[in-house]
Design a protein around this ligand. Sequence first.
Ligand code: AMP
Length: 210
Amino acid sequence: MRVILLGAPGAGKGTQAEAVCKALNIPAISTGNILKAAMKEGTPLGLSAKSFIESGQLVPDDVIIGIVKARIREDDCKNGFLFDGFPRTIAQAEALDQMGVTIDRVINIRASDDLIIRRIGGRRSCPACGAVFHIEHKKPKSDNLCDNCGEKLVIRSDDEPQTVQKRLQVYRSQTKPLERFYAEKGLLFEVDGEKDSSLVTKDILGVLGQ
Ligand code: AMP
């Protein structure tokens, strides 16, 4: 099973990727998480991605395509995988075709701008371990401290309101055209991302025939 999760930032791709991959026993491939881990480690990849991520822009296609090519060659991808946050441009989708990767289903998680801004605005992240909380939906056990490591939670720079607006703008201009790209191939399925998270997971698994 090879699946792509599409959707605006804050539509719930990360949460759904985790739940769906657990149910299907396939790895989630999040280019965003790979880049953020590289940033934290201070690798050359991380250093080159930092300014793009912090300003809400896309990392150049050739960098992303290189990451994905290497990742899908790994052993755990033999029985399938789910892309979360890739592809984000038509050029990335075309590169995926050129790699000979056949996609079974593309799932578009729909959510309104209002909801997205509320969701991202309430996010608090742990600068030490990367765990993500929410001031309403996933409160940390102690006020503003990470459940895992006790570190003080922060608003990640790419979750600052101005950067979120930029990310939404980039999404509309560069990523949204992928809906049509995959609809024309008959691969696009829509789910309502405004429902309760567990119901969205159920809908996605339904689309995947599970
Ligand atoms: P995410 O956590 O998926 O929202 O990704 C965080 C940031 O990483 C994005 O705002 C982009 O700057 C960068 N990024 C992640 N995936 C891609 C991609 N497929 N293409 C370009 N940039 C990406």
